[in-house]
Design a protein around this ligand. Sequence first.
Ligand code: CTP
Ligand code: MN
Ligand code: MN
Length: 516
Amino acid sequence: MPLETHDFRATEFCNMPGDDYCDKVTHVVSACDSRDQVLQFLNVEVESLSKNVIIVTTEWLSECLKSGKIVPVEKQHYIPWTVIPAKTTVNERTENIPIYECQRETPLQHHNEHITHALEILAKEADFRNDDINYSRALAFRRAACVFKCLPSRVEGVQEIQSLHNIGSHVKRIVEDILDNGYSSEAEKTENNDWFKTMMTFTGVFGVGPAIADKWYRLGLRTIEDLKIEQTLPNKDERISTGLTFHDDLTLPVLRSEAEALADLIRCELDTIDPQYQLVVTGGFRRGKDCGHDVDILLTHPVEGKEKGILEDLLHRLDRQGRLIYGKREQSTWNDGVLQGENIKGQYLKSTLDHFEKWIGIMKLDKKCRQCCLNYGLNSNEKQQELLHSSLDMKKVSHLRPDTMSHMDPKNNSTKRKCPSSSSEDRGTNDRTWYARRVDLIVTPTSQFYYALVGWTGSKHFNRSLRLYAQKELHMKLTSHALYDTTKKHLIPANSEQEVFKNLHLRYLEPVERNC
Ligand code: CTP
Ligand code: MN
Ligand code: MN
């Protein structure tokens, strides 16, 4: 007699007319996990089985066959009514997701883009509303998005997210909508909203924040062309008019190859001043992104104090080469109070402002630097097209390892490279040989370098989480300058990024794992 349940049923205990089982049937043997499944398989209701019928496991049958007789059915031979569903992988692993984003690995590529895209649109919309309540709303959407970014698999059902932190009822409704309909109607409505679309366009202009963008919207302006031709615009602000002039360039994502070329030319200049100067490309590129809205470069010198004056000297040289289009050099506003994390009350966690000497500006970079995509084995044309069409979404990811840039490790800057030549000539928008590129140059004293490196690597949300964690869990104040123990009233130095994490009692996360 075959032990497979199905054959056994079919050959020995076949249905009687009317789908009822005859009184002779005493045992139904099954390999199913639950009696529910057995009944489903037999296609009978529980009532149609005689009270005498026992549904038993195949082990019972084996024991009967071994002993050559019908053995009594014991507790272990019964098949349970229903199976308690095994926890899904997601649930098992999500229960252990730590509360703070800085305690989790958040990769650049994740499984829940369908959800995070919607949440990020809603966060952006709340940002545009630019008040305290909406600041909290934006934060709630971002914190929820961050949870989805670190999940081990794609969320397929709302039950999978019941036990997750930072997922409120609003977010649950959004997720439910996405799972039911394939998209979030709320996010789609926002994306199609005229005010939102205009705010996206206007805040994409260098120097324009939500307040100015909203003012322009109320004036009836809608497009970049409107801004360019509107004579009454308050664009006496040189920063904004430069932003408008180079708007096309500045919304064309900066490629990794361009960041590298820019770092090369700055390194060349620094080398001629003092080869001990060090630079590192930070920001999104260091987190593994292959394009971004700017290039963030951190500068330092191993001898404390020698970093002073370098920015002025460097900018002077770059200006002589005709590379600077626009820029604002901010002096350092550093003092001891800064190191201890003093800040305007309530602004400490909101603000990313630091007190380093820096230059926030726009530089010319040869167009040919964009061709370097080929160096990374990518299909250049395809890649460029993709990037050109994603100017508002600078998050396009690649499989490139970020350490393809030698500048990533500040200790690894001994290699001298050939300076890319400055062939820049302004011959009009389409004719010219260069693109305008947003550049942030930040100078840090060597004693603050590793805190600055963590701060300028980001992400912005990762920094926020680190600072919140330090404050709430350790009673410490973390800034891009230092870590200050507010109980013991002393600074905790760090000589590596690993040490920054160690000082914070956190497991070290690589820059590519800080993409929350
Ligand atoms: N940052 C900062 N102080 C500022 C501006 C930025 O500490 N005044 C930090 C941000 O928190 C971020 C990093 O520097 O972590 C880089 O900022 P930004 O260039 O705005 O963001 P990216 O992550 O580099 O994004 P993108 O690739 O689009 O440039
Ligand atoms: Mn950046
Ligand atoms: Mn930047």
